[in-house]
Design a protein around this ligand. Sequence first.
Ligand SMILES: Cc1cc2nc3c(=O)[nH]c(=O)nc-3n(C[C@H](O)[C@H](O)[C@H](O)COP(=O)(O)OP(=O)(O)OC[C@H]3O[C@@H](n4cnc5c(N)ncnc54)[C@H](O)[C@@H]3O)c2cc1C
Length: 578
Amino acid sequence: MNQRRLTAGVLVIGTGAAGLRAAIELAESGQQVLCVGKRRRDDAHTVLAAGGINAALGTMDSQDSWQQHAADTIAEAYHLADPKVVELLAREAPAAIADLVDYGAVLAREPDGRLTQRYFGAHTYRRTCFAGDYTGREIQRTLVRRAAEAGVQMRDDVYVTRLLVHEGRAFGAYGFDVDDGTRQVILADAVILAAGGHTRIWRRSSSRRDENTGDAMRLAADAGCRLRDMELVQFHPTGMITPEEAAGTLVTEAVRGEGGILRNADGERFMERYDPERLELSTRDRIALANYTEIAEGRGTPAGGVLLDVTHLDRETILERLPRMYRQFVDVAMLDITQTPMEVAPTAHYSMGGVWVDAETHQTDVAGLYAVGECATGLHGANRLGGNSLVECLVFGKIVGAEAARWSASLDAQVRDRAVIAAADDEVAELLAQRGGTEFARPLQRAVRDLMSECAGVVRSEAGLAEGLTRLDAVADRLDTMEVRPDIAGFDDLVHAFDLKGSVLAARATLDCALERRETRGAHNRVDFPDQDPALAVNLLWRPDEPVGREAVGDPSPEVAALIAGRDEMPVAGRLLE
Ligand SMILES: Cc1cc2nc3c(=O)[nH]c(=O)nc-3n(C[C@H](O)[C@H](O)[C@H](O)COP(=O)(O)OP(=O)(O)OC[C@H]3O[C@@H](n4cnc5c(N)ncnc54)[C@H](O)[C@@H]3O)c2cc1C
């Protein structure tokens, strides 16, 4: 067995915006940092982000303030966001944008040079900066370049299978090279987990294949961390449904913003029944629920979607205002949206729950282990505001970088537990020994996605969630007979096997927490408990084999609380919600 031993002052797992921002902070403060990912750094999930990134800069609306940004975020989170996390984010967001610009990011500007800011749904003022339709790509490109300049050591080919922990303290991670299978023992003073969310465990997801498979949640839970609010997953109302390999790919909210009309298979403009005033410009959770209901009640298309129609719009308008969507449908589905309505259905879009972290430091339950970005929790509560996640990556990326550096400097000695390394090694060896098994990981992964879509999708119930757990047990039982067969093309099979393990754990945590949240709140709809329950204005805590716990949510500062109390119902026209 080939094994490589690497050492780093701090190990960062994830080369998306969160991991890269943390790594830059570390490198610039003189730390030796290694940043690893399981896919190409220029193609991390962050690249998909389109609409923008928030900060109360006041370049367009000078009345804006960090307090108002915090108030908007807390008010829309259905009382489940951690006010400390939100306020810290809102305060630090302007500096995060300044850093980004300083690193060379090209964001849209007004003719006089000010950064342009646009409205995003539920923000009181214009506070979303953007780079055309490619904000995530621009941020990722900028951070990759800056990290290289700062001397961050980066690897795109390391799949992390386990965090190394001795007596509650992290000392590195174990993994393998996805190309040649070489085992990797990475020893470090501190570890930053920035490995993304778990939205790929639904059949339709706006993530790409093989990312957001719940790895971060499994790594953290196996290391002894608590997960929080795993049931809170944001479903975007409109994802593509065909072809199968593109199912879930986002159909931007701008389509409805430009006048797109939703119809069911009977040709009925059904939003007239769900939200007669705002129609297709209603909020994301309502439209997702409406689309879901039409399909579930048999008024969907034969392929299981509803129709989003822009054919009444002028062709030039479509090409000019929705060029990316026009191209996406031509490229992926050979469909001209100026002529034919798009078929869409809700798609799993964002993990609002994830790894429990301390509000200020983002340290997890394990000393020396931090979590940041989409895998962490606290900011979004039961409903994420568009544009807040990219800035979360930057603000808390910087903070965890500084915290990890401080932790590393405080250590007199670091213990390396050989038994823990051996156990991580055994886990990989056991999977590889499963040649001659009965089935591959992909069909099992598909079974997880099916059961999550059917039992824990946009609308949930006690009976459905219980059925989901039974079906999940059946998948989990088959893990031991899975065939894992790396070949000359690489170790993809081993990657899929570990992706599946992550998905199974993330699915269990989601189902358990969704059962426990016997109410409807934000993105979590329980058909059997259609109202909010004040007793459940709490965060839910999950650990394997333990009953789901509860944690009280703190109060915002008085100035932010006053702004929340004074907030009006907001118009939606002209405001993107992504
Ligand atoms: C279509 C779309 C549009 C969006 N638009 C916006 C927007 O306009 N504004 C906004 O604020 N947000 C938006 N978001 C959300 C935002 O893009 C993400 O929340 C954010 O980019 C997550 O960044 P991250 O660094 O936490 O994780 P990611 O970018 O997902 O990176 C995760 C990293 O972890 C690595 N990794 C995972 N597992 C392992 C493992 N086992 N071993 C090693 N490495 C591993 C991956 O290789 C990757 O490098 C959008 C999301 C989507 C899908």
